[in-house]
Design a protein around this ligand. Sequence first.
Ligand SMILES: Cc1cc2nc3c(=O)[nH]c(=O)nc-3n(C[C@H](O)[C@H](O)[C@H](O)COP(=O)(O)OP(=O)(O)OC[C@H]3O[C@@H](n4cnc5c(N)ncnc54)[C@H](O)[C@@H]3O)c2cc1C
Length: 410
Amino acid sequence: MTASADVVVVGGGIAGGALATVLARAGLDVVVLERQTVYRDKVRGEVFLPWGAAEARTLGLEQVLLDAGGGYATRLGRFEEWIPPEEAESQAIPLDRLLPGVPGSLNVGHPQACEALVRAAEAAGARVVRGVGEVTLGAHDRTSVVYELDDLDHEIRCRLVVGADGRRSGIRRQAGIDLEESAPASMAGGMLVDAPAWPAHLNATGTERDVYCLVFPRPAGMVRVYLLWSLDQGGRFTGPERQREFLAACRLRSLPHTDAITSATPAGPCSSYPMTDSWCDRITDDGVVLVGDAAGWNDPVIGQGVSIALRDARMVSEVLLGSSSWSAAAFAGYAEERAERMRRLRAAAHVATVLRVAFGPEAAARRRRWFDLAAADPKVLAPLLAALVGPDRVGAEAFTNDVAERVLSA
Ligand SMILES: Cc1cc2nc3c(=O)[nH]c(=O)nc-3n(C[C@H](O)[C@H](O)[C@H](O)COP(=O)(O)OP(=O)(O)OC[C@H]3O[C@@H](n4cnc5c(N)ncnc54)[C@H](O)[C@@H]3O)c2cc1C
């Protein structure tokens, strides 16, 4: 069976669902091929930091994400071992004042966001095929794909294939695009909890004992909690008691409202991953362009993945809607912008890991010196500020070795 379309998007995650919606709304004939029939909680990104929330708004997707159960958190508390929790809370960063018109970070469940985005794409006229098996790029040219569904092969001829199929992208592999992955910098585990006593406006991050803890609430009392720890404790939270052990590890003296988390009810799986960074030698090929994690990901320590995915969707949609040529050369601006964006975010993630996912008295003393240094010279905050306002809104000098050295040798 052969069909045709302008664009085939392989992967209906954040990047693919967003791009398909924008293109279908503009009148392109779009097909989305998605492997999952029901999106599962895989402990993935659920926080569109202010620059990602701004991207959602620019793409016309903010309401889709809010209707998917999302909500804005307006404060980011940074708790520190030497600061009383109430004081840390009163000094929280006002996320609602960082970018004009953006009310904070948009926190939404990952499976819910994916579901809402592919439904929005469908409502705009895209054809969404779920439960596909193997997807193969055309054997003779790149302007067709063959996918398996119910033991049958289906072919779609198209002008462009978008690889939005996540970290282990098969489209990337078939297009012959190489991915480099860094050695893991740390380990991270996460769990969704029902914690109605946690304040819905407050994101919180901080290091104590042997964990870096991040807390992201969303409406109706649901809270996503992440813990990061050092590689030498790799196998934490993997046994049958992992949910209970995970919550117990969140009992931190410096974390405000810590009881709200430790007494919470698990509401999803507790899974852990090594934290790596990755990049590709190129992100386009004839008839193919990559977006989101398929094009290389940032170490999730600074929570950038879903914002990156939306920026990719915007950049690619601008090429497709603004130019009649969809050759690999037409995507040169996107490729260049993405390479620099990811380079900056890689530098920011490195600084965050060295500062935050480091334990013991020496690491705590360095954090404290860095805190004082940042109060005197805001430039040292710039790499971390980039994660909130976007890497392009902070001067390139923030990502030089010089700044990194000053931060890291604090
Ligand atoms: C532990 C952890 C915590 C994170 N926390 C954050 C955070 O707080 N904030 C943040 O911004 N980012 C975070 N991220 C990163 C974020 O989850 C990803 O960067 C983001 O989901 C990437 O979106 P995507 O659309 O590229 O990929 P995905 O969301 O992975 O979507 C890919 C889609 O492609 C589908 N697919 C795969 N293969 C095929 C195939 N062959 N055929 C058809 N469909 C296919 C998959 O089923 C999936 O639906 C985190 C990641 C991890 C691992």
